[in-house]
Design a protein around this ligand. Structure first.
Ligand code: SF4
Ligand code: MG
Length: 325
């Protein structure tokens, strides 16, 4: 079956007075119906910018989408502004890290959740309000009917994030993008919000893109994972096989450097060096300055394309077969 959303060869740059920042450099991934895809990467790997491009948020200088396609049910949103505008916020919605700044402090949460219903579904205030209470119950906000007229500051951080999720679900989206949705919350609340997202994804059968730097979140919740480095996808596949047997040295490094890795008894070994500046990405393979498998001529000079290593597994490493074996 055709994917719901497919991003092909997407590139985004930011033109600053100090030079061009190449934030996304040919990212490709596909999202199936009812699937949770994790986009895993360190900060500055381009994962949030990729999501922003999908949401049409890279729409003014200094940010430019410089290439690629964003296909929603096969239609390229980058070639059709009108369609892109219609789809984002309705069929594809997003929740952000910081619910407090995403909510308007002067309107009640009920009014804000209901806005989409009044604007896009033409619902009356009364019908919208009834549906809002259902949505608040769906995201497990206690005493929803009593809290619908409360203001954002009257909710805890975790409950505000639930309000955001209710807003994102109001129009029954096919795709929900969650960008580090729990980073601002304490650990117990994080787990509760993630469990809620997992339940909603399954019960509503929607497709979920989970943007995270947390390996534990990926193993708990995602079906497939795309690992990003320096604005590119370097490895992709189903979560179990990618983490069991990485096909890219960066993924392998992540596995041995992060405490939540599946081999819990192994010593933690950090990846040497630092992630590259996106204003000055290394030649050839962008991971070459840090890579234990690096071979001078090939890796320094030739850009490794993302290619299939075995069925369902892709890696952007010239020597993926050696890493994988
Ligand atoms: Fe390492 Fe070369 Fe593979 Fe890049 S292409 S990950 S430098 S072995
Ligand atoms: Mg980010």
């Amino acid at each position: 079956t055709a994917p719901v959303l497919e991003v092909r060869d997407l590139s985004v740059e930011f033109r600053t007075p100090h030079g061009t920042v190449n934030a996304v450099n040919g990212v490709s991934f596909a999202l199936d119906r009812g699937e949770t895809l994790a986009i895993l990467g360190e900060s500055g790997s381009g994962k949030s910018v990729t999501a922003q491009a999908v949401m049409d948020l890279i729409d003014s200088p200094p940010g430019f989408v410089t290439g690629g396609e964003i296909l929603f049910h096969g239609q390229d949103l980058l070639a059709n502004r009108h369609l892109h505008h219609q789809v984002r916020g309705q069929s594809i919605t997003m929740i952000f890290q910081d619910a407090l700044s995403a909510l308007n402090p002067v309107f009640t949460v009920g009014w804000q959740i209901g806005e989409q219903l009044r604007v896009h579904r033409g619902m009356s205030r009364r019908d919208a309000r009834a549906r809002v209470i259902e949505l608040m119950e769906l995201v497990k906000i206690p005493y929803a009917a009593a809290r619908v007229d409360d203001y954002p500051h009257e909710f805890s951080g975790g409950m505000r994030q639930r309000v955001m999720i209710a807003m994102a679900l109001a129009l029954d989206p096919e795709v929900l993008i969650a960008d580090e949705p729990t980073t601002a919350l304490d650990v117990t609340v994080q787990a509760q919000v993630m469990a809620l997202l997992e339940d909603l994804q399954r019960d509503l059968g929607m497709s979920l893109i989970l943007i995270t730097h947390d390996l534990g979140v990926v193993t708990d919740m995602a079906h497939r994972v795309s690992v990003m480095y320096a604005g590119r996808v370097v490895e992709e596949g189903d979560v179990y096989s990618v983490f069991k047997n990485p096909a890219h040295p960066y993924t392998e490094g992540l596995m041995s450097s992060m405490p939540k890795a599946t081999h819990g008894d192994q010593k933690l070994v950090p990846i040497t060096g630092a992630p590259p500046s996106l204003a000055n990405i290394p030649s050839g393979c962008p991971f070459h300055p840090r890579c234990p498998y690096m071979r001078p001529d090939t890796c320094v000079n030739e850009h490794p394309p993302l290619r299939e290593v075995v069925a369902g597994r892709r890696s952007a490493c010239h020597f993926a077969e050696e890493v994988f074996s």
